[in-house]
Design a binder for this molecule. Structure first.
Ligand code: ATP
Ligand code: MG
Length: 271
């Protein structure tokens, strides 16, 4: 499988499911035995928690941003608490509240490339790098995007989601033009869909009309089993029950889609 190497999971809105998607894709990558690094780029550090990483005696992402050298990078990476015989471990670049010190509104050119610089020291060791972003367009998100080949934008099927998704895609395009030509939007993942909700169906159609093939399949339904697996710091692929198995298949398909990235049409918003 040829994978796009570094993928940011973003949205400018909070609480829409970035961390959930990151954990789901990490779970699919774990099941597929890919060598995967998850970078926790949100000062809330939720993805480090969800991956059950033991942070003791380690540095973290804030140390890496202060000093993006191999030695620091290695000390900031720890294995996730997920394990299964014969599976490559998922590694985590540990999150920290101190990352907020690197989230100003106007990063310098040097600051914005710091994660790229750090990842370059270990990139060869991984098939896939997933970056769980913070819900803003400040320095941390720009730094994540500068290190990425692709961005996945997560959205809910709600009233303001079309505008929010449009803003996110425009921001990606702006960074692609101004900073990093290799950056491209992979597409939108619609999360927390309730199949019975007419409102949701209406919003999904609206997103499709506006963004066409950038709306990725499958969409993710709302499932409590996801929250249970997250609460237990377990991969959804290892969680019992048909709902979890269903969700695991959704993430397998999305990971597959990521692995075929590059074939999708580019989004060109009118300026
Ligand atoms: N498809 C889903 N089904 C059920 N619960 C979900 C689903 N997606 C997300 N959630 C729950 O919604 C909450 C917010 O999700 P999550 O933390 O993934 O969002 P986020 O975008 O990472 O938030 P933040 O902006 O704070 O980083 C979590 O409690 C999560 O378990
Ligand atoms: Mg999050």
């Amino acid at each position: 499988m040829v994978l796009m190497h570094v993928v940011s999971i973003s949205s400018l809105k909070g609480g829409v499911g970035k961390t959930t998607v990151t954990l789901g894709l990490a779970s699919a990558a774990f099941a597929a035995n890919l060598r995967t690094l998850v970078v926790d780029f949100d000062p809330q550090s939720d993805v480090s928690t969800g991956l059950g990483v033991d942070t003791r005696d380690h540095l973290n992402v804030a140390d890496v941003l202060a000093n993006p050298k191999l030695k620091t990078v290695r000390q900031a990476i720890a294995p996730a608490g997920w394990s299964a015989p014969g599976h490559a471990p998922i590694d985590v670049m540990i999150g920290s509240p101190s990352a907020v010190n690197f989230d100003g509104p106007h990063p310098t050119a040097r600051e914005v490339w710091r994660l790229e610089e750090a990842l370059a020291t270990v990139e060869d060791e991984y098939d896939l790098v997933l970056i769980d972003c913070a819900p803003s367009l400040n320095a941390l998100t720009r730094t994540a995007w500068a290190a990425s080949d692709r961005v996945v934008v997560v959205t809910e099927p709600g009233l303001f989601s079309v505008a929010a998704a449009d803003r996110a895609l425009r921001a990606i395009e702006e960074v692609r033009r101004g900073l990093s030509p290799r950056l491209q939007p992979l597409g939108l993942i619609i999360n927390r869909v309730r199949a019975q909700s007419l409102e949701h169906q209406f919003r999904i159609q609206e997103l499709r009309d506006m963004f066409g093939p950038l709306v990725l399949q499958p969409q993710l339904p709302e499932r409590t089993s996801l929250q249970q697996a997250q609460g237990a710091a377990r991969p959804v692929h290892a969680w019992p029950g048909e709902a979890a198995a269903d969700m695991a298949r959704n993430f397998d398909q999305l990971l597959n889609r990521i692995s075929r990235a590059g074939k999708i049409g580019e989004y060109a918003p009118e300026s």
